[in-house]
Design a protein around this ligand. Structure first.
Ligand SMILES: [Zn+2]
Length: 314
């Protein structure tokens, strides 16, 4: 049963409007997600060191005061395993498709020292960016299939390698937050079930169906593969602790990740049917990207129509 409903926004988009929507509706947690792509880890470091920007920090504080959960959804491999270590320890990094050690993305998922460094840095990051829901989302790089091809890793699938790293992250988070739980982000190449690596206690599923058809509900045959992943992954990790990360309100994607934001055009019937679908699988939490709906959006288009995602007569 869906017990928690969230939105994921950029750090500078926690507006007064969002605050009022969340406080007046059944949305009970907010995820902070710095703009991705090149340099995204420097934006994470900035928040970790300086906090959320201006008025957004006040709004976030007030939401937390009213019991709304605050968590961070972050691609942070460059912080967990700094690429500067490559010069002395190329073995920490992946053997790429051409047989070369390469610090471009992710890491070697079989190198015990690399995993220990990842663990230690996850602990430090969890202290700086504590999650009030105790759910942590410290993810691999935002790329598809950039895994390690060394002899040890070659025996592991993309999903196995991702889970090996998330297990290491989980061990670090637990040292900072005894209730902390790290997400296994099932996304792009990592939607297949892990086969050789087992989730350690506390690792939960976060399923982001990026490859779905966004114009058709999950129950439509066009989304059969994504629906099957949703079902199999939930059964593997345990549905009740699992979270869906959807794109229903992802105006950054609908705007081609380019400002100015386009007018959000959502399909209330699709959202309703998808919520029923995830509920029927037993997912305990759903959230959706809701980026590009900040102050600049409101100036152009007024308060966004959330297509029935937020229920106000709670
Ligand atoms: Zn490897």
């Amino acid at each position: 049963m869906i017990r928690h409903k969230g939105v994921v926004v950029h750090p500078d988009e926690i507006t007064q409007t969002w605050k009022n929507v969340i406080l007046g509706s059944d949305i009970d947690f907010i995820g902070v997600h710095p703009v991705g792509g090149e340099g995204s880890h420097t934006r994470v470091r900035d928040i970790a060191e300086n906090g959320l920007p201006g008025e957004c920090a006040d709004n976030a504080r007030e939401l937390v005061k009213h019991g709304v959960g605050l968590e961070y959804e972050l691609h942070v491999m460059s912080l967990l395993l700094p690429r500067s270590l490559f010069a002395e320890h190329p073995e920490y990094f992946r053997l790429d498709e051409n047989g070369n050690r390469n610090a471009d993305y992710n890491c070697c998922a079989s190198d015990a020292d690399a995993l220990e460094i990842i663990s230690r840095n996850a602990c430090e990051l969890a202290k700086k960016l504590p999650s009030t829901t105790h759910r942590y989302c410290f993810w691999l790089d935002d790329v598809r299939d950039k895994c390690c091809h060394c002899p040890e890793c070659s025996r592991l699938s993309v999903s196995d390698q991702a889970l090996a790293v998330y297990n290491a992250v989980q061990r670090g988070i637990r040292r900072a937050d005894s209730l902390g739980r790290q997400s296994y982000l099932a996304y792009c190449g990592a939607v297949e079930l892990p086969e050789h690596v087992t989730p350690e206690e506390g690792v939960y599923l976060e399923y982001a169906p990026f490859d779905r058809d966004f114009r058709k509900p999950m129950s439509d045959p066009a989304n059969a593969a994504s629906a099957r992943s949703a079902r199999e992954l939930a059964a593997f990790f345990g549905a009740d602790e699992s979270k869906v990360l959807e794109y229903w309100l992802d105006n950054s994607m609908f705007s081609g990740w380019k400002k100015p934001p386009k007018r959000l055009d959502v399909d209330p019937e699709l959202i309703k049917r998808d919520l029923e679908f995830y509920d029927s699988l037993g997912y305990g939490a759903v959230t959706t990207f809701a980026c590009y709906l900040g102050a600049d959006y409101e100036e152009l288009w007024g308060a966004p129509d959330l297509g029935g995602y937020a229920v106000f007569d709670k």
